[in-house]
Structure formats: C-alpha cells, structure tokens
Design a protein. Sequence first.
Length: 151
Amino acid sequence: MAAKCVLVVHGCNLNLLGTREPEIYGTETLDDINGEIAALAEELGLEVSFFQSNEEGAVIDAIQRARGNADGILINPAGWTTTSVGILDAIKASGLPAVEVHLSNIHAREEFRRNSLIASATIGQIAGFGAQSYLLALRGLAAHLGVEERA
C-alpha cells in the first residue's frame, strides 16, 4: 500500500520565522519546523511535501495541484487567515481534508485575527502551541486519514 501524502502549505511571511517577532512566533526557522514535520511524517509512515509563498495566487495554485497528488493538507494561512476567500475556495475545491495551523493562539490576539475564513473548509484547527502546532495537526490529520501510529 502506498504511503499517504500530505502537502504542508506555509503562507505569507512564514519564511521570516526565527527573526520575525520571536516573542510571538518563536525562534525556530521555517527550515527547523519543516525538519520536525518531516521527521514525524517519516515516523508515521507519511510522505510530506512543503510549499511556502508570499503570493496568495501561488498558494492557491499549490492547493489546486494537490488534487490527485496528496491525501491531505496542513495549512498555515498566516496573514490570509482572515481575508482569503480564494484560499478557502481552493481548499474546498480540492476535496482534501485540511487542518489549519497557527503558531500563536489567534483567539487570544487582536480582534481582527480571531475570525478565520479558512476554518470552515477544514476538519480542524490547531493554534497556540508554537512549532508543536504543526506536529499536533499532522498527528490529527494522519488519524483522520486512517494512518496508524507506529510503536
């Protein structure tokens, strides 16, 4: 049986992790986080691919390409969380289960950050655990996909 494949999508400004507002987003870089995700994916028997862009259209294109190429999506829509109907619609159109991820607890931050347009297209949302948010989300998505954790 082929391994399930998960596309991890990182939105705008996440390429600056490690230096951008470390008091909010932590000191780990995007490469550090991707390494942790890849290690857990291997442990779970998942294949994982990564995509990051500061261009909303490129994120939409990546989600559309996932149709037929991935079994699920982890997405940190970052600054597009509250504004992108395009990303919302792309996730819906993909037909893939998706989990929304945030490093910070968006519900404890400024009012404008608290309403996610993306959430209605996802099977769940993990927020507030720093880089661990991605790992928790990957475990949840793996369970949703029927992937058994290895001992």
